[in-house]
Design a protein around this ligand. Structure first.
Ligand code: ZN
Length: 306
């Protein structure tokens, strides 16, 4: 499922070979059980079933995980232009104000970016009043924290943190399964229709953390022979890893389920006596009872579980 966006580009085609709908394609919803863009099983016994249908009716595949909806989503975002400066609510606020949706904590793995590309992450206001004043006056330089990024960087963006990807960044995003964004600033841009996109200042002010809560992460790096597994974050919503595979490995799938996205290379995965060829741009879920898997090849993947 692809989403066209004012800030999108062609990197999802150029880098991943996906058939994108236009030159303004911003998002690939790679693994999603959200009603606004469902993943569908490509082959095998469950071919043609949506992820939410499988999750609702075959919960054993997901270790009988208790969340009423499939809790995670994996996207690839092509920020060819600047994304709006935005914030997402937490679970409690979203439940009350957004028809029971989940809140949205997200994180980004930078797959690629241009030199000196930036993100906005967090703000400097010390009080709600200062925040409101600066928002109203458009004092973005005094308010917003900018960070220069490079490929391989990882950022944790908890709900309530003001943020934006800026021009020239391709990220893999792991997030809660939610589609709620409160836009704070959109660079006075207009869509093709001539309309500006809506801002949501009132709700944004209610949910932005003041003072800002830091997003620092402490990756844990484990080497097994030539293979490396980096644990970027273990939070209440998700745990996210990077697998760097260069030789044969056995892995035990001991989580309710795991989401896997190949961002580079090719390899083989053997499970339950079947071998699958896997390559950059593939996304799949390792279900609960799969047990031991064998992997081999030369690839990098971002992996997550609740
Ligand atoms: Zn966001």
């Amino acid at each position: 499922m692809f989403k066209e966006r004012i800030w999108g580009g062609t990197a999802l085609h150029d880098q991943f070979g996906y058939q994108i709908p236009s030159k303004n394609t911003g998002e690939c919803w790679a693994i999603s059980g959200h009603p606004n863009g469902q993943s569908v099983v490509k082959f095998g016994k469950y071919k043609g079933r949506t992820l939410s249908d499988l999750y609702e009716n075959n919960r054993e595949l997901f270790g009988n995980y208790p969340s009423p909806v499939f809790p995670l989503m994996t996207k690839i975002l092509d920020a060819n232009g600047d994304l709006s400066v935005q914030v997402h609510p937490d679970d409690q606020y979203a439940k009350q104000h957004e028809n029971g949706e989940l809140g949205k904590t997200e994180c980004w793995y930078v797959i690629d970016c241009k030199e000196n590309a930036e993100i906005i992450l967090g703000h400097f206001a010390k009080t709600k009043k200062e925040l409101a004043d600066r928002l109203e006056k458009g004092q973005w330089d005094q308010l917003l924290n900018r960070i220069i990024v490079k490929p391989g960087d990882f950022f944790y963006v908890s709900s309530g943190t003001i943020h934006a990807l800026c021009e020239g960044i391709l990220v893999l995003e792991t997030q809660q399964s939610s589609d709620i964004t409160y836009r704070v600033y959109d660079y006075e841009r207009k869509e093709h229709s001539g309309e500006k996109r809506e801002l949501h200042l009132k709700k944004a002010l209610e949910v932005i953390n003041v003072p800002n809560i830091g997003s620092k992460i402490d990756p844990i790096i484990n080497k097994f022979g030539k293979n490396t597994i980096t644990t970027f974050i273990q939070s209440k919503d998700f745990t996210v890893y990077k697998w760097e595979i260069h030789e044969k490995a056995k892995l035990v799938q001991d989580q309710p389920f795991q989401l896997v996205s190949l961002i580079n290379g090719t390899g083989m995965l053997t499970a339950n006596g079947e071998t699958y060829h896997i390559q950059k741009g593939d996304h799949f879920i390792l279900p609960a009872q799969i047990g031991m898997i064998l992997i081999n090849g030369n690839f990098e993947a971002i992996v997550s579980h609740p």
